[in-house]
Design a protein. Structure first.
Length: 235
């Protein structure tokens, strides 16, 4: 099952669902919407009327990306509805055409990361500054946290359900890019290995980026906090 958090992504929903159906057939999709003012939930309900494998978890307010992912994961785990779940974004930056490969890899790997920073991966639509910032941020996070993955901020990630049951999801508090790092950090500490395969990340073509100064600062602080605990032996 796919978990797709949404906030003001109405214009992308129909295209996203169409591409997912073209690539992965009737794979179930759980949208987690934070009461989007642009009517994203209404667009999801419209598609639901003709697609029984579309599900919607409508939340009353803007709770944040990380909590949306956690709520979606908990809902799927509680229902025992699928042996795996795949987290991806609604802005068409993650290629649905890569879903068949991820699903196949999840049969033998507990965590699968669609990575920009392994051979064959990359990002289209970024200028040099954006490439340098993202690449540098991943090196910074990898050195400070010790997590053996190349793309620590990747949001196109598949998990075997039994692997997620090893975590206490309610204790993962980060919301933005730091949520991606905190998930991988806790999985690494639990002894879980990662499988990375290359994807081409595409810059969004419609809608507004959710990136904020608060998300940036959280992404800087999390690796620093981990490094401090590693140095002081508090992990």
């Amino acid at each position: 099952m796919l978990i797709i958090p949404t906030y003001n992504e109405r214009d992308n929903i129909a295209t996203l669902v169409s591409r997912i159906r073209g690539a992965a057939g009737n794979e179930p999709i759980l949208f987690v919407d934070d009461n989007s003012p642009d009517g994203t939930a209404d667009e999801i309900r419209r598609i639901q009327a003709t697609d029984a494998n579309i599900h919607l978890l409508a939340r009353p307010g803007k709770g944040g990306f990380g909590s949306a992912c956690r709520d979606g994961m908990k809902k799927i785990l509680q229902g025992n509805v699928d042996p795996y779940m795949i987290q991806m974004d609604a802005d068409l930056s993650h290629p649905p055409e890569s879903l068949p490969r991820m699903i196949e890899l999840l049969k033998t790997n507990p965590v699968v990361i669609g990575s920009r920073y392994v051979s064959g991966g990359g990002a289209n639509g970024w200028d040099f500054r954006r490439h340098a910032l993202s690449f540098g941020a991943n090196i910074y996070a990898r050195i400070l946290t010790g997590i053996p993955a190349h793309d620590l901020t990747a949001g196109f990630v598949g998990y075997q359900a039994n692997t997620l049951r090893l975590l206490k999801l309610e204790e993962i508090r980060s919301e933005g890019y730091a949520f991606q790092m905190e998930m991988k950090f806790n999985l690494h500490r639990a002894g879980i290995r990662f499988c990375e395969f290359p994807i081409i990340f595409l810059e969004r073509r419609s809608g507004k980026s959710k990136f904020t100064r608060k998300i940036l600062l959280e992404g800087i602080r999390f690796p620093l906090g981990v490094m401090e605990k590693r140095i002081t032996g508090r992990l």
